[in-house]
Design a protein around this ligand. Structure first.
Ligand code: BG6
Length: 482
């Protein structure tokens, strides 16, 4: 290990989110969150948003993979793989069920204290996402969530409760998961809790959408995030707060300057706008033109600019799954799985869900991001969503997942050789869980298989996949044995 490329204290681990794995959606005082009103679905058959819960409909977040009750068993398995860090999220609705209470729910606080203690028992560092697609639905109904400025106070009340309670036990926090998903309609409900029709069910990607609301909501989130950073440092100077971006490497589809410029615009708006605010502490000038051309007006209050300046993050984190190409040709065929737009790259293959696999794009992205911010970076999501076959003898031979992860880790190491300061790596869905985009169980990411199926059958038993032992070896060799 003496000669490993990655730093000696490299944080190897895995990542989950409460709404996708915990289940127990109404247990111990938990309130309803925006993910609890999303039905199941699958690739090609979108999930729906049902503001009024339907009695006979399947809502995956009700059961997740029962991590709420089985977290000890799961963390023990993570420890067996050698995890140094476990990225999980706190369900805001377990702490403030409706979102606007003045006192936190003790049962919720206690639950996460037990999760944290269980991690620490094995020497696993908790890395906690404060808001991962989990806004209290009560706040959507009350004020259409982040559209309203009052959300800043609700969020900070929640932050204070958890920052104070877990002081001395936790070091790393992330404010908003994939904050830049709100640059697109996809982020409106999940990321921001915005819902403009509170009566009728809508198809997930087809809810009534007003970009002005999303960008105003983002402004409130930026202010809330900056104030949370400041508050965290005041409560415990050892706290390190990161942002969290969905980063999709963007390439011009051709070297036609029109494609190159299109790519530059898209790359800035999608991949850099939010992190420019959170890492540099100010709105980038290129957004002025974007706002003007898209009729977007962001209302700021006096003092906001100072808050943003003073509340920049300590480290930068992101999810990386795929890359896309940008073209100026309006008639070009969009890639099917590209939920955030773009056309397919003819040099790359795609997953069964149409996500184009691009390990070298990870090296490229790490370099681009590090050049821009010079902050420590962490890849807090990456992985292959795939159909896994559970054989009769109880084995799961997921060599395709091993290949995917191996290639991405190789490229991370290349980026480190290029000079990037990389803190850690937490592949997504280290245990199988419910897919966020499609709402299904069959899109599996884990090293640990969960016997639970979309037809409602399965006993939630945990089984080690082939990748489990492989990842254990990778961690033990600090990334040298791939
Ligand atoms: C990220 C999210 O977008 O990607 C996760 O932070 C999500 O919540 C993950 O699960 C993978 O996406 P999906 O749609 O395959 O679950």
């Amino acid at each position: 290990m003496a000669d490993s490329v990655l730093r000696k204290d490299f944080l190897w681990g895995g990542a989950t989110a409460a709404n996708q794995c915990e289940g127990a959606w109404d247990v111990d005082g938990k309130g309803i969150s925006v993910s609890d009103i999303c039905t199941g679905g699958r690739f090609g058959a979108s999930k729906r948003i049902t503001p009024v819960l339907e009695p006979d409909t399947f809502y995956p977040s009700r059961e997740g993979v029962r991590h709420y009750e089985k977290f000890r068993e799961d963390i023990k398995l993570f420890a067996e793989m050698g995890f140094k860090v476990y990225r999980f999220s706190i369900a805001w609705t377990r702490i403030f069920p409706n979102g606007d209470e003045t006192e936190p729910n003790e049962k919720g606080l206690k639950h996460y204290e037990e999760v944290i203690d269980e991690c620490l028992k094995y020497g696993i560092e908790p890395l906690i996402t404060l808001s991962h697609y989990e806004v209290p639905f009560g706040l959507t109904k009350k004020c259409n969530s982040w559209v309203s400025r009052e959300m800043i106070d609700y969020f900070l009340r929640y932050c204070r409760a958890v920052f104070t309670r877990y002081k001395g036990k936790v070091k790393y926090w992330l404010t908003f998961n994939e904050i830049n998903s709100s640059v697109e309609p996809m982020g409106a409900l999940l990321n921001q809790g915005i819902l403009n029709d509170l009566e009728n069910p809508t198809v997930f990607m087809e809810q009534p959408d007003y970009p002005n609301q999303r960008f105003q909501g983002l402004h409130h989130m930026f202010v809330a995030s900056a104030l949370a950073v400041k508050m965290a440092h005041e409560i415990d100077p050892n706290y390190q707060i990161g942002n969290m971006m969905i980063y999709m490497a963007c390439y011009p589809f051709t070297c036609n300057p029109d494609d190159v410029l299109k790519n530059q615009e898209r790359n800035r708006v999608m991949n850099y706008f939010c992190s420019d605010v959170q890492c540099r502490g100010a709105y980038p000038s290129y957004m002025n033109r974007y706002f003007k051309e898209n009729n977007i007006t962001v209302k700021m209050e006096e003092g906001d600019e100072k808050i943003l300046k003073e509340g920049t993050v300590d480290f930068y984190t992101f999810s990386y799954y795929m890359s896309v190409c940008q073209t100026a040709d309006p008639n070009a065929k969009r890639g099917e799985g590209n939920i955030l737009g773009g056309v397919n790259n003819p040099y790359l293959k795609a997953s069964d869900w149409g996500w184009q696999i691009d390990p070298k794009g990870l090296r490229y992205s790490l370099n681009e991001i590090y050049d821009r911010y010079q902050l420590p970076l962490m890849v807090v999501e990456n992985g292959l969503g795939a159909y896994d076959e559970l054989k009769e003898d109880g084995t799961i031979e997921d060599d395709y997942r091993i290949d995917y992860l191996r290639q991405h880790i190789e490229q991370m190491k290349e980026a480190v050789k290029d000079g990037v300061d990389l803190m850690g790596y937490t592949p997504w869905g280290c245990i199988d869980l419910v897919s966020a985009s499609t709402g299904e169980y069959e899109k599996r990411y884990g090293f640990i298989y969960v016997r639970r199926y979309d037809d409602g059958t399965g006993d939630f038993a945990r089984l080690k996949k082939k990748s489990f032992d492989w990842y254990k070896k990778v961690i033990a060799s600090n990334g040298e044995e791939l």
